[in-house]
Ligand binder design. Sequence first.
Ligand SMILES: [Zn+2]
Length: 195
Amino acid sequence: MAKLHFIYGTVGSGKSLQLLSTLHNYKQKGLQPLVAKPAIDCRFGENMVASRSGLKYEANLQLQPEQDTIPVEYLEDKCAVLIDECQFVTPALVDHLRHLSLNRDVPVLCYGLKTDFQTKLFPASQRLIEVADTIQEIKNLCRHCERKATMNIRIANGTPCLDGPIVQIGADELYQGVCFEHYHAMTAPLKDRNR
Ligand SMILES: [Zn+2]
């Protein structure tokens, strides 16, 4: 049985860069993984897996919002499955990936966020924590100090924001990875206002 891996980090921690690095390693060995990403994430153009470092690669498959399986034809001759922004897939797709690793003996590596800007687990990330063989954190510094970033904060029009849609894709100016102390300091005034 191959393994299901959940590799998570905050916004800007280099998750896509790590995916592209893994892809490069496979290709150097003459192997071709399937690269899939949710269609919802169109920051860098329809099909591109792109890192803030500037590296990018065209995904083989765009996952639609309600998609619960990967059609078998996409898996032919593929040595592994790499999922970018995996927090946006369905929990049912995570279960499907879990069985792919078992039944097809293909390793599955899922890269994404663990929690949203309201500190809650994304449903797919929760399912990955429940069923993955390995869970790896990509460490990243807080945007505002030298502690580790553990939270994702949403910045709207230059100020921290606790409401709005959970699924809103943005670049650096919309989300930041921050430590809990900075998350608390930046969001506490908003909570007081709502009380
Ligand atoms: Zn901080």
